[in-house]
Ligand binder design. Sequence first.
Ligand code: GDP
Length: 430
Amino acid sequence: MTGKNGCVVIVGSQWGDEGKGKIVDVLAEEVEIVARYQGGANAGHTVHVGSEEFILHQIPSGILHPDRRCLLGNGVVMDPFQFFQEMDKLTARGIDAAARVGVSGRAHLLLSYHKLLDRAAEQRRGAGKIGTTGRGIGPAYEDKVARQGIRVADLRDAARAEERLRAAAVRVNERLSLLDTDERVDADALVAEVMGIRERLLGIMVDTGRVIHDAIRAGERVLLEGAQGALLDVDHGTYPYVTSSNTTAGGAALGVGVGPTAIAEVYGVVKAYTTRVGEGPLPTEFDSPMQEQIRELGGEYGATTGRPRRCGWFDAVVVRYAARVNGLTGLAVTKLDVLDTLPELQIAVRYQAGGESLEDFPGDLGLLAEAQPEYETMQGWESSTADARRWEDLPAAAQAYLRRIEELTEVPIRYVSVGTRRDQIIHVGR
Ligand code: GDP
């Protein structure tokens, strides 16, 4: 991390699951605050500390470092029940999470009826499904934009909150009846459920924008952590196969309540290859049996859903695009070790589509569907990188592969991750 004052944004720069959790965990060492700026409990960060594995869905992984404050910004949709479950689990494992977490009063609540709606709508889509995780994220953001969401701060006035919950139950039941499902929201149960956590939630409410602003002024450093990846951004991703929020760096300022000038650095996390979960385009997708081989080597199964991820070669068209829309100032390349046994590697440098050669990632899904990647072949290193701790420790062919990624994306590599553990990281140039 450079010495510039301000926020450092960590943004997934492919289709999510890039290993952001691990990179945030490494960088949390150097900051005072870690804040999440969008997404909900569909993010599943896996962090290994010693022999322990932690899977965190909502609480930023910075919580695993002593003394770090961990915040959820206004851009997040918060599932308070799952949040407290996660917090209690951490507490049970000896981590003093309760004293160090905070949630923006402007963050929207994701409640049980959002999950009901999510599953019912996805079922109804049948073959046209968009591959949601069924965790209610889409419907919670829909409510936010439709100005009918319930925010954390809205619980302060209990009577008014109850009124709004009852109105939501009526509205949701109308929707459910149109979605061919017998499931219904029980308004009394909903009110009881939410009122049951009301005080606990209000107890951790903060103004994230204010806290971050003050921290920066005091010379502290703040990490803004994104969920999913740039290609899942509702504006810049492969719409409609995207998530419902702005995952890209612009969303970071919006999602915690600071201006863009508060951002000093933007680090893009990318795997040394490419993966995506669910439906939608993936131009460099492997054929069988390479697909199965990399899936097994990389353990490419979703941390939240267990769904097998689709895998493919590193796509420089995708990452070059992500570099541009995020204004990346550095790359963190993860899972280099997964490629250790391959004799040869490919990197997609451009696509052929619509009779043209495309250097830029297209916004048109039709073009993407027919896109034929043009590959450059690189030599494999066929030796283990798991013990490399400095750039010089990497085999020459691995260095050449990474240098080529830098050239093609025009972003310097700052970190290389070579295993799941916290210590399996190379700080490039240090
Ligand atoms: P995130 O949502 O971007 O944090 O990604 P996930 O946590 O879903 O996926 C990352 C997975 O890859 C986790 O199981 C990590 O432990 C693992 N991982 C992260 N970095 C590396 C690495 O450099 N090598 C290997 N082999 N695994 C890694």
